[in-house]
Design a binder for this molecule. Structure first.
Ligand code: CU
Length: 487
């Protein structure tokens, strides 16, 4: 019965630009067809995409905290893929990188959505940049009862695309940098005037869940006259929520914010990015008489900070850096050997710069293979699969320092580091405690700075730890955390 409800809801959400949902749409049996499709970013601009069920973002999975989730599907793509449940704590054998979905193969995932929060799912099949850039991402929301008390609960997935005026995918990047940046930015797959407005009534309280699905772009957002009250970082509730006029999301990050509707009937505001000319400009339309002010249903959790963690010496120090190298087939061989070790399939392609083109009729995509000199992104001087794994025990509190020393090179960059399999406490930034207790699964490590985190693996297995700028991940800034022991 639930399933029926969910499927009918899906039809509705697929057509809508903004994913606004209410208490009615929940079910734990999800069907995903991974397939090529044509997606309209705005009238007159469509492009070939790879999708979960034909839309970009793919089907939003919305379940309730504690629900058992089963996900069935078929890979109709012309390439091998997999699915990573970004931010969710799931058994190792249910997470993407260890589970290959071959061409034409069906798949079945099953796990419990243990903790409420804003998560997402996306391909983790290398080159990850190519697959996510083609559209293989979608929201995964685990709700609590409190979420239903907001006047509206909106999912806003941010992305960027590099296309010509006919929707053909352009190679390279829209900026001078090496990373793949777009010339068009989207909210829930739509850009500019195609973005549907959010409708507020004076007095309401809305929850906005931002997800940055861009492969390299950071997004900074503000809404004139409306401060954001930040309640969750990467899905994790803040012990001390805070208010700010501007938020920034690094690739892979999520933020949940509350917005109090303090405008008047008939007014229109705009939620804009710091690059509004690229298309992220969400109208907020006030319609209707004022309602009595809606109080926040958010109840901050109690602290669960690891005792004494600030004083603990880091168990691992990971220096993030880069070198120039000439990528050769040798690296492909090493990669395949590593994949064998990790129970993964071979790379289907020997290159990872994500350059793709559509042919004239837009129906197929072809990888452009090159072996030009490229940036290699490193952890402690080595690129994956040569990086040293971190060896930890299930239940052990592990402190890790990310030291971004990549300041002297030709291309200093921030690195948003993402850990699979669990989430972590942000312990310090350049040795200083953060302003508030913060739990995340993706943390931006600014160029020239260091960040300490601490985590406890709950699930045994080999877990990935990597930069979520996917050019960097594919280019080597990745290692494994090997968690040993029983749950
Ligand atoms: Cu990076």
């Amino acid at each position: 019965m639930y399933g029926q409800k969910w499927r009918s809801c899906l039809a509705a959400t697929a057509a809508a630009v903004l994913f606004t949902f209410s208490a009615t749409a929940q079910a734990a049996d999800i069907k995903l067809d991974i397939k090529e499709s044509v997606w309209e970013l705005k009238p007159g601009l469509s492009t070939t995409v790879w999708t979960y069920n034909g839309t970009v973002p793919g089907t939003p999975i919305v379940v309730h905290e504690g629900e058992n989730v089963t996900i069935e599907g078929v890979n109709h793509l012309p390439v091998t893929t997999n699915i990573h449940w970004h931010g969710l704590v799931v058994p190792n054998d249910q997470d993407g990188p260890g589970r290959i979905i071959e061409l034409g193969a069906s798949f079945h995932y099953e796990f419990t959505a243990k903790e409420a929060g804003t998560y997402w799912y996306h391909s983790h099949y290398r080159p990850v940049l190519t697959q996510v850039d083609m559209g293989l991402y979608a929201p995964f929301i685990v709700k609590t009862d409190a979420d239903d008390k907001y006047s509206g609960d909106h999912i806003l997935v941010l992305d960027d695309w590099y296309l010509d005026e006919h929707g053909n995918r352009l190679m390279g990047t829209a900026r001078g940098d090496m990373e793949r940046y777009g010339n068009i930015e989207t909210v829930n797959g739509k850009t500019g005037d195609a973005i549907e407005p959010l409708v507020f009534r004076p007095g309401e309280l809305h929850k906005l869940r931002f997800i940055n699905a861009s492969t390299a772009a950071y997004h900074t957002l503000q809404l004139a006259g409306h401060p954001f009250r930040v309640t969750h970082t990467d899905g994790h509730p803040l012990v001390e929520p805070y208010t700010t006029d501007k938020i920034t999301l690094a690739p892979g990050e999520r933020l949940d914010v509350e917005v109090a509707a303090n405008g008047k009937d008939g007014q229109i505001y705009h939620l804009t990015s710091d690059r509004p000319e690229l298309g992220i400009n969400i109208p907020i339309e006030y319609k209707g008489e004022a309602v009595s002010p809606v109080a926040s249903p958010f109840v901050p959790p109690v602290s669960k900070s690891f005792p004494g963690i600030a004083e603990k010496t880091p168990d691992y120090v990971l220096e993030l850096g880069s070198t120039m190298m000439n990528r050769t087939a040798v690296q492909g061989e090493k990669m395949n050997a590593m994949h064998d070790m990790a129970g993964m399939n071979h790379m289907s392609m020997n290159h990872d710069d994500g350059m793709m083109t559509n042919d004239m009729n837009g129906s197929t995509n072809q990888m452009k293979m090159t072996s030009m000199p490229a940036m290699q992104w490193t952890i402690n001087g080595k690129a994956f699969p040569d990086t040293e794994p971190l060896k930890v025990k299930v239940g052990q509190v592990v402190k890790v320092r990310f030291w971004n020393k990549d300041t002297q090179g030709m291309h200093p960059m921030d690195h948003p580091m993402h850990l699979h399999g669990t989430y972590f406490q942000v312990v310090s930034l350049n040795g200083k405690a953060p302003e508030r207790e913060t739990w995340k699964d993706t943390i931006n490590v600014p160029a020239g700075q260091y960040v300490d985190i601490a985590f406890k693996m709950e699930e045994p297995g080999m877990w990935m730890l990597h930069c979520h700028i996917l050019d960097h991940e594919d280019g080597g800034m990745m290692t494994m955390v090997e968690a040993e022991g029983a749950k």
